[in-house]
Design a protein around this ligand. Structure first.
Ligand code: FES
Length: 159
């Protein structure tokens, strides 16, 4: 394993052990439930969005190490961003985890998102890593008419 991959693996282990922004926001403006029916894991996302900006974001639930670490890292990247910026980060994240193995992971260009480059090597874990991100997207775009939980089985991810 390269030094950089080892470093990223340590970041993931650290976020799993000490998840950031773990908990509930009592006065959340936007929430969504995320569920992976294949394993039963659940990650719920709470956000406080004002004037198109994500002022606070937290998650709660039980999941595997990858899903929990991914949720934790996602919150650190999304907090303080506008909804449009969060959507952009979501698109970048999906491109990273579903990229072809032969695609180079440009760590300089990707910044903190580069930590997810290793996920593409484990297709079975793509849904684990994506659970919180899809749930975040559902939360920040939430319309009051649509309360259905997000399921990893509805995700448009080709692996
Ligand atoms: Fe359930 Fe990873 S095994 S989300």
């Amino acid at each position: 394993m390269s030094e950089i991959n080892e470093l990223y693996q340590q970041v993931i282990l650290d976020h799993n052990k000490n998840p950031r922004n773990f908990g509930i926001i009592d006065d959340a403006t936007n929430t969504a439930e995320g569920h992976n029916p294949l394993c039963g894991d659940q990650i719920d996302v709470y956000a406080k969005v004002e004037s198109g900006k994500i002022l606070e974001i937290k998650f709660k639930g039980a999941g595997c190490a990858i899903s929990k670490a991914s949720a934790s890292i996602m919150t650190t990247l999304i907090v303080g961003k506008t909804v449009a910026e969060a959507k952009g980060l979501f698109d970048d994240f999906i491109n990273i985890v579903t990229a072809d193995l032969s695609d180079k992971c440009d760590t300089l260009e990707l910044g903190k998102l580069a930590v997810f480059c290793g996920v593409r090597e484990y297709p079975a874990r793509v849904k684990c890593a994506s659970l919180a991100w899809h749930t975040m997207m559902k939360a920040i775009q939430k319309s009051e008419l649509d309360d259905a939980p997000v399921s990893t089985e509805d995700m448009e991810i080709t692996i």
